[in-house]
Design a protein around this ligand. Structure first.
Ligand code: WT7
Length: 650
């Protein structure tokens, strides 16, 4: 990436200081306090992390905080703990025992409350179900569920017995499930008959059935939670119902001590090449990271009602719905469905009904709310809110201001949190009682995070110079490897910039050291906060019988951040038709899932390539954006191709 000076943006001048009221009660109440702790966390990481980790329950204390053999880290070496015990048992016998752990609302409107005691009981019972299915410590379990409490119960039950879960987002297709089963060699699938989304039923169990039609030999059983009650095929000898299983077991299931480095979960995410990568997170370091970022960034209190609107199928759902908040003994709100069902004010109605105090959502959602109009917000009393969060992509300053004024009533601090599936926990953020915010900037590194912006040589750049965002020191919740592929782990994250972790984002720092994340600089799209590899969409397209070649790029989109634009060349004698366009969109949807549905299919006679045969994405991006094609085209094989492409406006 070429470094260029970027003029200080006007909006940088807008700075919002934490209110005195908020700071007074906050854990970190001033900039000086933040700086002092951050410096300690960098200069004396062992001391800093040992102190934080001591707040958790360890069945055996660690002997060493960190063992670092770049790029392989072991945190809290020799320590034993159990994540489910930390999220549940630890609160029993305290005033939190009968506190709501989960407030749940289904899309059709049902309400359920699970106290810590009740959640503990359900988790113990489901852990016994897993044991009855002979799931062993270290074996992988796929969880493919909608946003029902049972999804969290299944995760925590796996953690309780040391099974490694791999949650697959409910919006992925049968083929995506199959790929994840085969890569993870999973032994069990936990799912639902269906889930509700915008008033209709998503056939989750059917997708699992289709996934298992392939070569998913490792799967011994499927357990389905009955959510919608629709007619569902149950394969004799393989499939059973959650409620039947639960009726057979008792609620006695001690949490087993697990090594700090025991794999807690594998979560698949997109990269710029090949199939999705199974990001592996382990037990001790991950929990310390999730726990303490939740504690400091959301400044959680016992009286809070905390709502993160992410799906449990993404890392945000893992760290900031389940593990971080429950380890803090918080009350979390979980909503099953769409924000615009039955009407555009569903979220605001929920905030009013439950007196939500902390609301954590994504810029793409905020932009949709803006489009739907303030009148939906104004219908409801949002005065319970005290803190707002944003995650998933850069938030544009206009959306930030709207969020601040219309949702936050001008009184709530906003934490813009930068992190990734790979980082496990928040890395760059403001702290609500300490760090002044600037709309559009994720602010400063969290404790223990040595983040800098470097140029192509790996040298740190000066203020307001763009470059690669890298992390120079290991941190507890970092990914440990890519499941089953250490070489790919090394190559993907630790080879681009010497001695540092790089996962694809560009950024600059302003004169105050604030980070302004530009977005991905590799071939990964960020569509509505979801990471989608261009190569995944390309290979889905090429798997269609009539497609010869495909190149996929992102186009800036007001709502989704980026839209998926596909350039496709067809095999000989195939005619480009409107119908084919629709078929190809459907095909991608079928292969990957609705999240990856192309926004635009553009047919081309050939794709612009360099002499060495590399597709010139930079040019295609410009064509997709409707920008006049500029730049150096001397390495193009055929200039006329570009012109033809550019002319083929829909
Ligand atoms: C990518 C990671 C981390 C949970 C959700 C996404 C982008 C994420 C921000 C932010 C600017 C952001 C980055 C990153 N991103 N948060 N606050 N500001 N960009 O997890 O699917 O692993 O995606 O999301 O590009 O690399 P993910």
């Amino acid at each position: 990436m070429s470094s260029k000076n970027i003029e200080s943006h006007l909006v940088e001048k807008r700075v919002f200081k934490p209110s005195r009221d908020f700071s007074k009660k906050a854990r970190i109440g001033s900039m000086a306090e933040y700086q002092k702790l951050w410096e300690e966390s960098i200069a004396k990481p062992d001391k800093f992390w040992a102190r934080e980790a001591s707040e958790l329950l360890w069945q055996q204390k660690w002997s060493k905080v960190l063992e670092w053999k770049e790029p392989f880290a072991k945190w809290f070496v020799g320590g034993h703990l159990n994540v489910s015990e930390n999220c549940l048992d630890r609160h029993l016998g305290t005033p939190r025992q009968n506190k709501a752990a989960i407030l749940w609302e289904g899309e059709p409107g049902e309400k359920r409350t699970l106290t810590y005691q009740q959640l503990h009981r359900e988790v113990c019972r489901f852990a016994n179900v897993l044991k009855a299915h002979k799931v062993k410590k270290g074996e992988r379990v796929i969880i493919y569920m909608p946003m029902v409490p049972e999804a969290a119960i299944a995760m925590l039950a796996c953690a309780r017995i040391g099974a490694t879960h791999s949650v697959v987002f409910g919006g992925f297709s049968a083929e995506a499930i199959r790929d994840r089963i085969s890569d993870s060699q999973a032994v069990l699938v936990i799912t639902c008959d269906g889930g509700y989304r915008r008033g209709s039923v998503v056939p989750l169990k059917k997708n699992v059935d289709d996934a298992l039609k392939g070569d998913a030999q490792t799967v011994r059983g499927v357990i389905a939670f009955k959510r919608t009650g629709q007619e569902t095929h149950m394969e004799q000898g393989r499939d059973t119902w959650w409620h039947d299983e639960m009726a057979k077991v008792d609620a006695n299931c001690p949490a087993i001590p697990l090594d700090s480095e025991h794999p807690l979960f594998v979560l698949y995410t997109s990269g710029s090449t090949g199939k999705p990568k199974g990001i592996l997170h382990t037990t001790g370091g991950y929990l310390v990271g999730a726990y303490m970022t939740t504690k400091y960034v959301f400044d959680l209190r016992d009286e809070d009602v905390y709502w993160c609107t992410a799906d449990i199928g993404w890392v945000t759902g893992h760290s900031y719905i389940v593990y971080g908040p429950l380890a803090n003994g918080a009350t979390i709100l979980m909503y099953e469905g769409a924000p615009n069902w039955p009407e555009n004010d569903r979220f605001w109605k929920i905030i009013e009904d439950y007196r939500v105090t902390i609301f954590y959502t994504a810029p793409t959602a905020i932009r949709a709310f803006i489009r739907w109009g303030d009148q939906w917000v104004k219908k409801h009393d949002l005065s319970s809110l005290r803190l707002l969060g944003s995650v998933g992509e850069p938030i544009n300053p206009e959306a930030w201001m709207w969020y601040h004024n219309v949702i936050g009533g001008g009184r709530c601090p906003i934490v813009d949190t930068w992190w990734q599936t790979e980082t496990g926990a928040i890395m760059i953020t403001s702290l609500p009682g300490a760090v002044p915010t600037k709309p559009g900037s994720a602010a400063l590194p969290f404790f223990g995070v040595d983040a800098v912006v470097v140029d192509d040589n790996g040298d740190e750049v000066g203020p307001n110079v763009g470059g690669k965002l890298v992390i120079r020191k290991p941190w507890p919740s970092m990914l440990r490897t890519i499941h089953g592929d250490k070489p790919r782990y090394k190559k993907t994250y630790w080879a681009e910039v010497k001695g540092a972790y790089f996962a694809g984002d560009g950024a600059r720092r302003d004169k105050d050291g604030y980070f302004w994340i530009v977005g991905r600089i590799d071939d990964v799209l960020n569509v509505a906060g979801h990471r989608i590899g261009t190569s995944e969409v390309e290979s889905a397209l090429v798997s269609h019988a009539v497609v010869a070649e495909a190149a996929v790029v992102g186009r800036p989109d007001d709502l989704k951040g980026q839209a998926v634009v596909c350039f496709v060349t067809l095999k000989q004698d195939v005619t480009a038709t409107e119908q084919l366009r629709e078929d190809l969109k459907k095909h991608v949807r079928h292969v990957i899932g609705p999240v990856a549905t192309p926004d635009e299919i553009r047919f081309a006679d050939a794709l612009p390539k360099t002499r060495s045969g590399k597709i010139m994405r930079r040019l295609l991006k410009q064509v997709a954006a409707g920008v006049t094609v500029t730049g150096d085209t001397s390495s193009l094989e055929d200039l006329s191709i570009l012109a033809k492409l550019a002319a083929k406006e829909d």
